[in-house]
Write a protein that binds this ligand. Structure first.
Ligand SMILES: [Zn+2]
Length: 191
């Protein structure tokens, strides 16, 4: 049904999964939420279902996304957080009315208000970004080692030595590149 649109990369950290909706920022960038209905799809996959989304709301979402990317990148390389990015994250965080709900099964889900759903969903994402940038959660912000990606990701590995934002994409590509480089170095005997 959604043929022709780039697929989502799913991660287990909401804020960096969201920044991952634009990938290969330093190469051939892939926009994974090119239209409002794709933001609706992405939010649904991430437990933040909304009924509708306007292009203005999509713009708000993308502005938040790039602000999280900028602030998380600065945090990862221990540079001062860009003030404009911090302002956008704080605006989005404070302008939503999402409530954390405990289900009878003991799980947390988000309840959004009926009136301004996209803004509510963005406030949950902004708050998630704040918790990882503020160092409240167990893990470390790092940048993907792929030179065309450089995505900020949240490393929760025990050794904190994860190199790639995603093993299936950037990690795999790097492994393949190294394999091919090694093959070129080793003279291949005539068959
Ligand atoms: Zn990457």
């Amino acid at each position: 049904m959604r043929a022709g649109f780039p697929e989502f990369r799913l991660g287990n950290v909401l804020a960096t999964s969201f920044t991952g909706t634009l990938s290969e920022r330093h190469g051939n960038a892939v926009e994974r939420i090119p239209a409002p209905h794709r933001l609706i799809d992405w939010l649904a996959v991430n437990g933040l279902a909304v009924d509708s989304c306007t292009t203005a709301q999509l713009d708000l979402a993308r502005e938040l996304r790039e602000s999280i990317h900028a602030a998380a990148t600065a945090a990862a390389i221990q540079e001062p957080l860009p003030a404009s990015a911090v302002a956008v994250i704080n605006d989005r965080s404070s302008q939503g009315r999402a409530a954390a709900i405990l289900t009878p099964e003991g799980k947390r889900r988000w309840r959004l208000s009926p009136a301004s759903c996209v803004e509510d969903a963005l406030s949950v994402i902004a708050a998630d970004a704040i918790s990882i940038i503020a160092g409240e959660r167990d893990g470390k912000l790092a940048l993907c080692a792929s030179p065309t990606c450089r995505a900020a990701f949240f490393d929760t590995s025990q050794s904190r030595t994860r190199k790639w934002c995603d093993m299936n994409t950037c990690g795999n590509r790097q492994k393949k590149a190294r394999f091919n480089a090694n093959r070129r170095k080793t003279p291949i005997a005539a068959e």
